[in-house]
Design a binder for this molecule. Sequence first.
Ligand SMILES: [Zn+2]
Length: 339
Amino acid sequence: MKNILISLFSAVLLTSCATVNYSYDGRAFKNSLESITQDDLKKNLYVIASDEMEGRNTGSAGQKKAGEYIIKQYREMGVSHPTLMSSYYQNVPADFLNAKRGKGLPDSENILAFIEGSEKSNEIIVISAHYDHVGTQNGVVYNGADDDGSGTVAVMEIAEAFQKAKKAGHGPKRSMLFLHVTGEEHGLLGSDYYSQNPVFPLANTVSNLNIDMIGRCDPENCGKDYVYVIGSAMLSSELKKINEEANSKTAKMFLNYKYDQPNDPQRLYYRSDHYNFAKHNIPVAFFFDGIHEDYHKPTDDADKIDYEALQKRTQLVFATAWELANRKDRIVVDGKNDR
Ligand SMILES: [Zn+2]
């Protein structure tokens, strides 16, 4: 009787620990959240957006060098590629890259890193950012620190935060795919290729959080603590609420929905990599800082990034991903892509 009581007691204790540890107030979450630091983001961004990477044009030697650096970081944090793949690379062939615009791009690669879920491993959360930029023009390197070096380093830092939780015994319950896509600047090509050749079934892909430019501010919002969130209310009535809850527990920023209004002339919902998931009815949220003076200019450099803003926005995406990965039920799909 005594033994039964003790094991019953420890079972209750274990269950409640598990619950507490996955909540936003739990140690596991807080330790991971705090591991997303300005120093790490800065260190990686100064490499990704350095002249050595030659502006990371799709298929260029500079982009491949950036890709090697990204993979080296995953190796160091102990995060591998999906087990179904023989490396981190998903080859995106030149034929595919040139089918629409015929720009003579060479073969390029998406880069995939993966943390397997502990309970619902066949359900996938995708965190994405494009690592290509517009290259070098007339001898001038377009470093693309914000576009999309900022998203690239954010995705790596989010992976590291999940890996930290996993090492402490609180890994994500669903699986996490960290997807660095190529060819965005030439028409969302890498994400299009992935959605046509998914490594995991799209039916099991629960959500995509996409990051494209989160290290600067636009003239309308400079000085404010903000991020534009786009598309979070479109396909799932739950995703926007989850993102808002994550924000209230962590970054506490102003979530700007300007580009999320029906009939917004910019139509940004359709214009970055997340749409290649949304068009397959996978709920998405897109995180963005707006259009600023250095957008697609050679002056989009690492020394102009607001690292505090970059950290906060990265932490917000991490917190949203944490809930998507660990909540009991996968989020519902109850909306439509049409405005
Ligand atoms: Zn971009």
